[in-house]
Design a protein around this ligand. Sequence first.
Ligand code: IPM
Ligand code: MN
Length: 370
Amino acid sequence: METLNVLVLGGDGIGPEVAEQAVAVLQAVTEEFGIGLNLEEAAIGGVSIDQNGVPVTRQAIDLARSSDAVLLGAVGGAKWDSLPSHRRPERGFLELRDGLSVFANLRPTKLFPMLADASPLRPERARSVDFVIVRELLGDVYFGNPRGVWDECESRKGVNTMVYTEGEIRRIGRTAFEMARRRGKKLASVDKANVLEVQALWRDVISELGSEYPDVTLNHLYVDACAMQLVLDPRRFDVIVTGNLFGDILSDEAAALAGSIGLLPSASIGGSSSLYEPIHGSAPDLVGTGKANPVGAILSVAMLLEYTLGRPDLARVVEQAVESVLDQGLRTADIAGTGAKWVSGSEMGAAIVQQVRLAANAPTWVAQAR
Ligand code: IPM
Ligand code: MN
């Protein structure tokens, strides 16, 4: 791929701020390493509701489908909270995921050693936390029908449907087994098979698939037990595979372990284009305070370089740039600790860009380029 076509969807709240820093890093990497970059922008979420009356337009989805990758900020805000669910900013997200057919959401959780103090876990437990949640993204209660709120016998009834087909489970299962194969060869499948039929099917299908991956050690856990184990013994996890709803919840818990939800990236893959976004929300209260941490968005760029561009070496350049600035002691407000000095999100972004450029011009790279 000589030219990377990326659609940037800043979204709401701090979304545009962190996306701006992520784009700056992407520009630095592509410039330094001789890759063409073509950027486009479109609206999603509340800004799209304000501009176009819908949380995402058909044109924006088409633009996303025809680009190599989509870089997203965040969506949502109090202004749009009272809208009916099918018109809320969050629905724009779901339509985009669906429109791109990205069924696998990868959420790596890794604690940077120098941030062990920012984790709520004791340092000896927090150290060496390093796992990936593989979250199914196109099924479950998020997309199941029937759904809605009905008037029934003078009281209202709310309904959502938890549904998975065997094919959907097998598809995400394969992604997770392959991921485990490339990592520590341990897979934990998380379900609620003791109570829900759909979840018993999940366990069945994942077990069957396990026989095709004899080199991967497969474990099944109930979601409640998994939530507890994440706090008690997070080092036991390598790859976790789970459905859409449980994956949503567990990945926020995982993010807290890593010190701050502002640090974690995600990639949604398996479709016509891939979607990269930090896992945090739009945090409207942080807008304009300089407190938004761009690292989650910047590490999402690293994932883009790895999965879309197929350049894990360049992904490592970005990850190492992040690590270097953290090593130098730079901290955004969320990870600074009370009373400690912190830098703004844009200062953090600029420092990471500078590290990327330094690394690109280091003797090892220059030698390899010859
Ligand atoms: C996430 C978010 C989304 C989700 C919302 C904003 C639709 O919480 O990506 O984790 O629930 O999937
Ligand atoms: Mn979430």
